[in-house]
Design a protein around this ligand. Structure first.
Ligand code: CO
Length: 157
């Protein structure tokens, strides 16, 4: 496995609409493992392919360090409720802001072994998946967040 370079806000790759993956093979699985390693090394809970320079519809999410999801061609097919919560992003170091997201979602995706899957998510997992899927459409949380601050508000109070 290998650590990948994380692209920062301002890099044009973060603004592109990513292309669907059409081939799920060893190479893609290695890339997913590298993304995961990069995410864990940066203490993140999610990472999307454009953040490491690949404009493809893939992201890795793990909000409790126990359940890692590799989402290939993910699509949100159901949303319920709405909730405002604080977010940050590995591509926007030390920036935090409040983002309104759906409270519960259902996502359809392809697994790393080419199986069609459905995932129901709420809480932090739901928020994180919505944040990562935004990356696949060239959207950063700072484009839609309110009350953006340097550093976490909680620790500044
Ligand atoms: Co992000």
């Amino acid at each position: 496995m290998a650590l990948l370079e994380i692209k920062k806000a301002g890099d044009p790759v973060l603004k592109k609409i990513c292309a669907p993956v059409d081939k799920i093979d060893k190479r893609l699985r290695r890339f997913l493992d590298d993304m995961a390693e990069t995410m864990y090394a940066s203490d993140g809970v999610g990472i999307a392919a454009p953040q490491v320079g690949e404009s493809i519809r893939v992201c890795v999410v793990d909000v409790d360090k126990k359940n890692r999801y590799d989402l290939i061609n993910p699509v949100i097919v159901y949303r319920e409720g709405s909730k405002v919560g604080e977010e940050g992003c590995l591509s926007c170091p030390n920036l935090f802001g409040d983002v309104e997201r759906a409270e519960k979602i259902r996502v359809e995706y392809i697994s790393r072994f080419n199986k069609k899957k459905t995932l129901e998510a709420e809480g932090l997992l739901s928020r994180c998946i919505q944040h990562e899927l935004d990356h696949l459409d060239g959207r950063l949380f700072i484009d839609i967040a309110k009350n953006i601050t340097q550093g976490r508000k909680k620790t500044e109070e």
